[in-house]
Write a protein that binds this ligand. Structure first.
Ligand code: THU
Length: 147
């Protein structure tokens, strides 16, 4: 960790999520960009949902790793989440953080409390930072705005 504030999660749990996210890189389908992304989504019931990016020859239907993980969970009736870990890089080489795109941040906003949901960006088990969804999506629009 790069010395940022305590996120309240145990280091062991963060490391397990990083491990799981890295393992998803193997399934990443990226014949067009070669940019591989893996995600590990921790549900409040303790279950972890993996996800990878899945590209498409028509480009637009490409699904990001984060949304793959969310949609796997939600499609099984799970809608409450504590954290997501995201890793990624060109050809699966983890040199920098792979921050979630705007669409994925918005999907997180749909199912997660922006004040407490933790987004872990990592390049390995020894290098990560943890952000709240609110830090990544300030003034986000979500279900609460619709009353
Ligand atoms: N990608 C993700 O999987 N997550 C993100 O949040 C950003 C982008 C993927 C989509 C595409 O397969 C590749 O990275 C390059 O944009």
């Amino acid at each position: 960790m790069d010395g940022q504030k305590d996120c309240g999660m145990e280091k062991k749990q963060i490391e397990e999520l990083i491990d799981t996210a890295i393992r998803q890189l193997e399934f990443s389908y990226t014949p067009y960009s070669g940019f591989k992304v893996g995600a590990a989504l921790l549900a409040k019931d303790g279950k972890v949902y993996g996800g990878c990016n899945i590209e498409n020859a028509a480009y637009g239907p490409t699904n990001c790793a984060e949304r793959t993980a969310f949609f796997k969970a939600v499609s099984e009736g799970v809608r409450k989440f504590d954290a997501i870990c995201i890793v990624g890089g060109k050809d699966g080489v983890l040199t920098d953080y792979a921050a979630p795109c705007g669409v994925c941040r918005q999907v997180m906003m749909e199912f997660c409390d922006p004040e407490t949901f933790q987004v872990i960006l990592a390049t390995g088990k020894d290098h990560y930072d943890v952000f709240t969804l609110k830090e990544l999506l300030p003034l986000g629009f979500g279900p609460a705005n619709l009353g």
